[in-house]
Design a protein. Structure first.
Length: 484
C-alpha cells in the first residue's frame, strides 16, 4: 500500500536545498534554517525534503556491476563495461555522486536539527521531537552510507573515517576526515537519540525500530557485535522472517512482511522516471539500472543476472524467481538469458519498486556474523539456516566446518538474500578475507572482458575520495585512500 509521497516541489525546498557538495553549503541569498523553518509544520516539510536525499540507486548499480551480480546483457549498448572491468578511480561517477548526494542529505537533516532548537513548538512538542528524531536518524544513515564505502578499516577507531558534519556549515568550511571512531560515535549518538524521540510508526519513515536496526548494521560494520547482536535479536523477534508465500509479495510492494523500513517509490514522486541508465547515479526507478523499459527480454535489458548468481539459487528457493526471470534458451542471444526480476514494477509502472532498506533477514545474518566472530560456526549455521528455511520452505540443515567456512557461508547467503540491493560490495570488503571469498564470475560472463577476478586485498575494495572534492579543499588530498 502506497501511503507517503516524497516531492521536490515544496516551496520550502526552493529556499535552501540547492547545495552541490559538502564544502559549498550556505550560499549567498539562501535563507538559513532559522529564517525558513519557523513552525513545526515548516519543520515537517523540511524533513520530507530531507528524506528525498536517501538514495540507494547509485550504490545499487555500482555494486551489481563491479562485483558479481550481473553479466553484460545481450541487448547492451556498452553500458557499464568499464566498471565491469574493475576500473575505479577518483573521477568515477559513483564515488562522486554518492559523496555529493550524501553530504547534501546531511545538510538537509542538519537544517531540520538546527531549526528544532529555535521554533515555537508550544503545545506541539511531541511532534517536534518526533521530527527531530527522524532528522537525526537520516543524518546517521547518510554518514553510515559514506563510512561503508570510504573507510578502509571500519573496525579501527584510529583510522581515517569520513568528515563528520553535525552542524550547518558556511561557505568557507573545508571538511577534513575525522577518525573512524569519531564517525561511528556520531552515528551511534544520532541513532540512540532518534530511538528515544521518534513516535512515528509508518515504515516508509524512520521509526524507533528502524533506528535500532540501522544501529545494528552500523555495529556489525565496525565488528562491535556486543552492540549489534542484542539489537538484531530483539528485532528478529519482532519482525518474523517472511514466509515463502509472502516473500514474493514483499518485492511486489504488496506485503510488508519482515520489512523494518523501506524507501517508498510511487507514481509522480521525485523518483518516478527512468533516471540515468547504465551509470552509478542516483534517482529514477530501481529497475532502470538494469533495463531500459521494463522487465523480461522485451524491456531492453542491458544487464542480466550473472550466471553464477543464478546458479547459486536452489530450484526450490523462492529467491530465484524473485531475482531472475529465466529464458532458456533465448534464440536472439544464442544462450540462456536471466533478466533481473527484483524490480519488475508496481502501480502499473514497470521498473518502479520500493527499496527495502532494512529487513529482519539482515538481523538474522548479523546474528550469524556475531557467532562467527565468537568462533562459533555451529551457532552461525543456525541463523543462516533460519533464513534458508524461510526461503526454501525446508532444506538440509546448514553446517559449517570452521569459522572461515562460517564467514564464507554468511557471505554466500547474503549474496542471495540481498542481490541487487546494494550490499554485495560492502559485504565482500567487510568479510571477504575472513571467508575466502571475492568476486565470483562465470568464465562465459567475464572472459570476453578480461575481468574475471579481483583479489580481496586490492585497494579497489575501498572507494576513493572524489577528485573534484580536492579543487575547493586541497588539504583533503593528503587524506586520499591508498591506491588512488
Amino acid at each position: 500500500m502506497k501511503k507517503f509521497k516524497l516531492v521536490f516541489g515544496l516551496a520550502l525546498a526552493g529556499l535552501f536545498f540547492s547545495c552541490e557538495d559538502a564544502t559549498d553549503i550556505r550560499q549567498p541569498g539562501v535563507l538559513d534554517a532559522a529564517s525558513a523553518i519557523q513552525s513545526v509544520d515548516d519543520m515537517q516539510d523540511a524533513l520530507i525534503n530531507a528524506y528525498t536525499g536517501m538514495f540507494v540507486t547509485a550504490e545499487q548499480h555500482f555494486t551489481s556491476v563491479f562485483t558479481d551480480e550481473i553479466r553484460i546483457g545481450f541487448d547492451s549498448g556498452g553500458q557499464g563495461q568499464s566498471l565491469y572491468r574493475f576500473n575505479l578511480a577518483s573521477n568515477n561517477a559513483g564515488p562522486s555522486n554518492v559523496w555529493r548526494n550524501n553530504y547534501a542529505g546531511i545538510r538537509r537533516a542538519n537544517l531540520v536539527i538546527e531549526a528544532a532548537a529555535n521554533i515555537d513548538a508550544t503545545g506541539d512538542e511531541a511532534r517536534r521531537d518526533d521530527l527531530l528524531g527522524q532528522a537525526h536518524a537520516i543524518r546517521a544513515w547518510q554518514h553510515l552510507q559514506l563510512a561503508g564505502l570510504y573507510i578502509v578499516d571500519m573496525s579501527d577507531d584510529n583510522s581515517l573515517g569520513v568528515p563528520v558534519v553535525d552542524f550547518v556549515t558556511g561557505t568557507d568550511y573545508s571538511a577534513l576526515r575525522n577518525t573512524t571512531g569519531e564517525t561511528f560515535q556520531l552515528i551511534y549518538d544520532d541513532l540512540d537519540l532518534a530511538a528515544s524521540l521518534i513516535t512515528e510508526t509508518n515504515n516508509v519513515l524512520f521509526t524507533q525500530d528502524a533506528a535500532r536496526a540501522l544501529k545494528a548494521r552500523a555495529a556489525a560494520y565496525r565488528e562491535d557485535y556486543g552492540t549489534a547482536a542484542p539489537l538484531a535479536q530483539s528485532l528478529l523477534s519482532s519482525y518474523p522472517l517472511a514466509s515463502t508465500s509472502d516473500y514474493e509479495d514483499v518485492f511486489e510492494d504488496t506485503s510488508n512482511a519482515e520489512v523494518i523500513m523501506k524507501l517508498e517509490r510511487t507514481l509522480n514522486d521525485a523518483f518516478d522516471g527512468q533516471g540515468s541508465t547504465g551509470v552509478s547515479a542516483n534517482g529514477g526507478w530501481a529497475g532502470a539500472k538494469y533495463a531500459f523499459t521494463g522487465p523480461g527480454v522485451t524491456g531492453s535489458p542491458y544487464y542480466e543476472v550473472a550466471t553464477n548468481l543464478y546458479n547459486a539459487f536452489d530450484a526450490a528457493d523462492v529467491r530465484r524467481g524473485v531475482n531472475a526471470e529465466a529464458f532458456e534458451p533465448l534464440p536472439a542471444a544464442g544462450r540462456n538469458v536471466y533478466t533481473v526480476n527484483k524490480y519488475r514494477g508496481s502501480e502499473g509502472q514497470p521498473l518502479m519498486n520500493d527499496h527495502k532498506i532494512l529487513r529482519s533477514s539482515e538481523m538474522a545474518l548479523i546474528l550469524a556474523e556475531a557467532r562467527a566472530a565468537a568462533n562459533d560456526p555451529s551457532g552461525a549455521a543456525g541463523f543462516v539456516d533460519q533464513v534458508r528455511d524461510a526461503r526454501y520452505g525446508s532444506d538440509q540443515t546448514t553446517a559449517f566446518g570452521s569459522t572461515a567456512d562460517a564467514w564464507g557461508g554468511i557471505l554466500d547467503e547474503r549474496r542471495k538474500e540481498f542481490a541487487f540491493e546494494g550490499h554485495r560490495y560492502k559485504d565482500l570488503r567487510r568479510m571477504g578475507a575472513k571467508g575466502n571469498r571475492t568476486v565470483d564470475r562465470a568464465s562465459e560472463d567475464c572472459t570476453p572482458f578480461g575481468a574475471c577476478d579481483l583479489a580481496i586485498t586490492d585497494t579497489r575494495w575501498t572507494w576513493p575520495i572524489p577528485l573534484n572534492e580536492f579543487n575547493g579543499n586541497p588539504a583533503l588530498r593528503a587524506q586520499q585512500n591508498p591506491g588512488y
